[in-house]
Design a protein around this ligand. Structure first.
Ligand SMILES: *Cc1c(COP(=O)(O)O)cnc(C)c1O
Length: 397
């Protein structure tokens, strides 16, 4: 067993060795630039990139031409949001979003607000769910985009994508979804769900870092985007710059593997997650599980340990690599906006840990990690006068 046990798969995943194998030739022998149209090196690279586009498109029911390579989901979110708004004009446009979105959606939205766009941030319920009826009510005459993530990176909640897509389409509004955590892990069909724009990332699905893609619908409706990076007109003029060929090949391979293994991975990983939870639950009191018990990512377990500061728990847990509730706000001690949105108090939010399992997580690792977490929580609580007082009260009652 390799220590520390890695339970932070929302932050990033290791490359699948088969992905690395597929990429290697494109650093050396097959190093061509797909934009070189006059010789075999270029054609070879172009063919490999085209194949990767097909693999990615195949996983979400899209067409290869609708896949635009980006540096990651952050860039894809930026292009989706700014690209649509710039096309319509920032000022006077309106966007409907969800409060629990990732920073790479919230920050471009804040940027747009600075340029005159109105944004409605819809709340979620205690499970992190957004209500499609509220989205319907929030859409106005000047609404140009609805953006709701396909799976939450902190608590794993999956919204009713189908219903959201239907509401947006009925009103003639584009529907964008940040699928960085969902792509390759849960079934997505852009036609059935009426998704017009979808962001995805390589390094969240056992592919390389620094590559991702934006799916942009080309028919019924054809999405119009204003490019954010100008240059040689690559990626249908949407994203200039020489393609990261090894990255694109790696992402394609990762998508193909995810497609093959989605069901078996999901049930195995959910089984391990439940095993982990069932080890912790009976022996620790005052533990709350966050997220939607029904529709959630199979690899996600968000737990609030009352009377334990997440930061202290992390320091205590040398042999388990985990993250406090939000990776993006770690470093600062700000409570996660997602946990506050589902109704946790500041203290509870700061007592929350996200466990993220992955394709290579083993039963042995899960048993080891559960034991370490239980030990650490008990130790930290034994130093907590509040916990002792509370326990005394309960024993007396
Ligand atoms: C990781 C992540 C991103 C950013 O993806 P990068 O490829 O690292 O830019 C965006 N949204 C969500 C939900 C994520 O989990």
């Amino acid at each position: 067993m390799r220590l520390p046990v890695y339970l932070d798969h929302h932050a990033t995943t290791p490359c699948d060795p088969k992905v690395v194998e597929a990429m290697l030739p494109f650093f050396t022998e097959r190093f061509g630039n797909p934009a070189s149209r006059s010789h075999r090196y270029g054609w070879e690279a172009e063919e490999a990139v085209q194949h990767a586009r097909e693999e990615i498109a195949g996983l979400i029911g899209a067409r290869a031409k609708e896949i635009l390579f980006m540096s990651g989901a952050t860039e894809a979110n930026n292009l989706a949001i700014k690209g649509v708004l710039e096309d319509h004009g920032y000022a006077g446009s309106h966007v409907v979003a969800c409060v629990t979105e990732h920073a790479s959606v919230l920050d471009p939205l804040a940027y747009a607000e600075g340029r005159g766009t109105a944004v409605t941030y819809l709340p979620v319920d205690a499970a992190g769910r957004i209500d499609p009826e509220q989205v319907r009510d929030a859409i106005r005459e000047n609404t140009v985009l609805v953006t709701v993530m396909a799976a939450n990176n902190e608590i794993g909640t999956i919204p009713p994508l189908d219903a959201l897509g239907r509401v947006a389409r009925e009103r003639g509004v584009l529907f964008h979804t940040d699928a960085a955590q969902a792509f390759g892990k849960i079934p997505i069909d852009v036609d059935a769900m009426r998704i017009d724009l979808l962001s995805l990332s390589g390094h969240k699905i056992y592919g390389p870092k620094g590559i991702g893609a934006l799916y942009a619908r080309r028919r019924e409706p054809r999405v119009r985007l204003e490019a954010q990076i100008h240059g040689g007109g690559h990626e249908r003029k949407m994203r200039s710059g020489t393609l990261n060929v090894p990255g694109a090949v790696g992402l394609g391979r990762a998508a193909a593997i995810a497609r093959e293994r989605m069901e078996t991975d999901a049930s195995r990983i959910a089984g391990l997650r439940d095993r982990f939870y069932m080890k912790i639950m009976p022996v620790l009191d005052r533990v709350r599980r966050n997220g939607d018990p029904e529709k959630s990512l199979p690899n996600t377990l968000s737990l609030t340990f009352d009377y334990v500061e997440a930061e202290a728990l992390l320091m205590d847990l040398e042999d388990v690599a985990i993250t406090p509730a939000s990776a993006c706000s770690s470093g600062s001690f700000r409570p996660s906006h997602v946990l506050l949105a589902i109704g946790l108090g500041v203290e509870q939010a700061l007592s929350t840990i996200r466990f993220g399992l992955g394709r290579f997580t083993t039963e042995e690792e899960i048993d080891f990690a559960a034991e370490k977490v239980i030990e650490a929580v008990r130790r930290l609580r034994s130093w907590s006068p509040l916990y002792e007082e509370e326990r005394g009260k309960r024993a007396g009652a």
